[in-house]
Design a protein around this ligand. Structure first.
Ligand SMILES: Cc1cc2nc3c(=O)[nH]c(=O)nc-3n(C[C@H](O)[C@H](O)[C@H](O)COP(=O)(O)OP(=O)(O)OC[C@H]3O[C@@H](n4cnc5c(N)ncnc54)[C@H](O)[C@@H]3O)c2cc1C
Length: 566
């Protein structure tokens, strides 16, 4: 570790947090409440990062809200499940720290800040066959939050990824989204209520096209931002951290740029790096992730360019899991800045994913991370899986939304010009194969078999729809298997699906207190890393909905309190 001390500081605080996602804000709040003077610095002109764009859910086994929705949990079960899903890739002390502190963090946010959550009783852990799993309750989601409570500060919040909005502007909770997209009972009422609430909010319509009734990631960040405001904790926008400053044997602060001017910020108790992964950095993607890979395939905040990882590596910090990400098959929509993940479309009955040979290669309803892991594993020159192709027929098109396109209400002829070429469409499967440039015979055979499985209800090849997790995004009105329906009614449709992600998950090695470690395992004093700039406590796995925000918030909480000695 080099000593770069040059003397004068422009600003001094106890705890400096680099980044402004949910984990960063949780760290700042916990640090402040433990007695620290605290500052957050954010590189871009918006706060919130990918956290604001997200579903806002976080996975907390044994959380204090589960009992209220009728689901019990047990620390031993949670331990068995997490240890099994992380498959020996994460140290036991970090896993234990997560399981012990995540419920404490959730309770702290719920009771000491503006944050309010509900437990989702039907959002199952992703690996239902692993002992210790739960059919729901461990995933928490933020309640709606009134953007009016933020005043003009709301307009500086990063916008939600459009896939989380109705018509790119109206918010919905995870529960509402599932009800509407999977058309479970009550979906029409919910759609009408949300639309009416938006359009009848006349005063707010004069202020902003953005919905006041925040949900998902925007609600989470809104609650946390308001809690920072309650405490007068400053958050500086347009202030990228450039370098870590070392004094003696510890990190003493950060060299940053504030609105174009170089500044040095002293952090007496510690620096918490919370600057996201490297999803927005094409060079790092090609260096670390499986190739081919493109920034455009990512759903995440483009300002996350691996800065924190690079800064800490200069001090000898070790990294882990760098080839991994929070994968999911994504679609790139013309005219949109971020990709959308095909979460629901791939599970609803009547769509399949095929490779260039026209063959299915995966259980499409499996956790999105596994779909892309299989895409990578089975990708070969003979049978390329990158990109894959989502194929469906007109019955699916009429019933369900796909990417930016709504079901029946948005006919093909009424699509905006920018979306006209988004779907490939043909009257026969053979014609569709030609338009997608994939093998026609392979596709015909895949569809024939899939249609047979749809009739019997049993997918003999990939077992789609066999677990509660698969069926969460199925259509419960479809029998015998809510994830299977025949693809038979022309016209047929197809679109490319890429190995995209919600963010990268490899990063700095940390210990159970979120302190950054050198490759040797030695602690770099004064330096913490949380969220996607740290190697994930979930290893290569994705145990349940909210497996990225849960750890970001938890290790933010842990880091700040450790720095303050509580
Ligand atoms: C559409 C979508 C849906 C998702 N849904 C969920 C979900 O429901 N549950 C879940 O757990 N996860 C979800 N995720 C993933 C989750 O949002 C991210 O993994 C998580 O927000 C990462 O948090 P972070 O703090 O590491 O990064 P971020 O929240 O992105 O925050 C990092 C911040 O640091 C800033 N920054 C970067 N470099 C610097 C620098 N040099 N100096 C200062 N600031 C810097 C960035 O601009 C950014 O604002 C979703 C993601 C997306 C895109």
């Amino acid at each position: 570790m080099e000593n770069t001390d040059t003397g004068r500081w422009d600003h001094t605080v106890d705890l400096l947090v680099v980044g402004s996602g949910a984990g960063a804000m949780t760290a700042a709040l916990a640090g402040h409440d433990a007695g620290a003077s605290t500052l957050l610095i954010e590189k871009s002109d918006r706060y919130g990062g990918s956290s604001a764009m997200s579903g806002g859910g976080f996975w907390v086994p044994n959380n204090h809200l589960m009992a209220g929705v009728g689901i019990d949990d047990d620390p031993d079960d949670a331990w068995t499940y997490l240890r099994e899903t992380t498959a020996g890739n994460v140290s036991e002390d970090r896993l234990r720290a997560y399981l012990e502190k995540a419920p404490e963090m959730a309770r702290y946010l719920h009771e000491q800040t503006r944050a309010e959550f509900v437990a989702l009783p039907e959002y199952a852990d992703y690996y239902q066959r692993v002992p210790g799993s739960r059919p729901g309750g461990r995933a928490l989601e933020p309640k709606n939050f009134d953007a009016g409570l933020l005043g003009d500060e709301f307009l500086k919040m990063r916008e939600q990824n459009p896939q989380m909005l109705i018509m790119k502007r109206i918010f919905m909770t995870v529960y509402e989204a599932r009800t509407m997209l999977c058309r479970t009972p009550g979906w029409i009422g919910i759609t009408m209520r949300l639309m009416a609430k938006y359009w009848l909010d006349i005063p707010w319509r004069f202020k902003s096209p953005r919905d006041r009734n925040l949900a998902m990631g925007n609600a989470l960040i809104g609650m946390l931002r308001r809690s920072l405001m309650d405490r007068n904790i400053p958050l500086w926008l347009n202030t990228p951290a450039r370098e870590l400053i070392v004094e003696g044997d510890r990190v003493a602060g950060v060299a940053a740029e504030r609105e174009g001017r170089a500044i040095r910020i002293e952090a007496r108790k510690g620096v918490v790096l919370a600057a996201g992964g490297f999803e927005g950095n094409q060079v790092m993607r090609e260096k670390y992730l499986p190739n081919p890979t493109r920034v455009e395939w990512s759903c995440a905040n483009k300002h996350n360019t691996g800065d924190a990882i690079s800064m800490a590596q200069k001090l000898g910090a070790g990294v882990d899991l760098m080839s991994d990400a929070w994968w999911g098959p994504t679609t790139v929509v013309p005219g949109e800045d971020h990709a959308r993940m095909l979460v629901i479309e791939k599970s609803l009955p009547g769509s399949i994913l095929v490779n260039k040979a026209g063959e299915r290669f995966v259980n499409e309803a499996a956790p999105y991370i596994d779909v892309v892991n299989t895409m990578h594993a089975k990708d070969s020159p003979e049978k390329p899986c990158v990109p894959a192709y989502l194929v469906f027929d007109s019955s699916f098109r009429k019933k369900y939304p796909c990417g930016p396109i709504l079901q029946a209400s948005q006919h093909d002829w009424a699509l905006p010009r920018a979306l006209k070429g988004y779907f490939k469409r043909a009257d026969t499967l053979e014609g569709l194969a030609a338009r997608l440039d994939i093998d026609a015979k392979g596709l015909a055979e895949s569809v024939r078999k899939f249609n047979e499985y749809a009739r019997t209800g049993e997918d003999l090849d990939f077992h789609r729809g066999e677990t509660v997790f698969d069926r969460y995004y199925g259509d419960e009105k479809v029998a015998p298997n809510p994830c299977l329906a025949p693809i038979e009614k022309p016209p047929f449709y197809g679109l490319e699906a890429y190995p995209g992600e919600l963010g990268t998950k490899g990063g700095l090695k940390t210990d159970a207190s979120a302190r950054v470690l050198k490759e040797s395992g030695e602690v770099i004093a004064g330096l913490y890393a949380i969220g996607n700039c740290s190697a994930s406590v979930m290893g290569h796995s994705y145990p349940g909905a909210g497996s990225t925000l849960g750890p970001a918030n938890t290790f933010g909480y842990i880091a700040a309190r450790h720095a303050m000695g509580v």
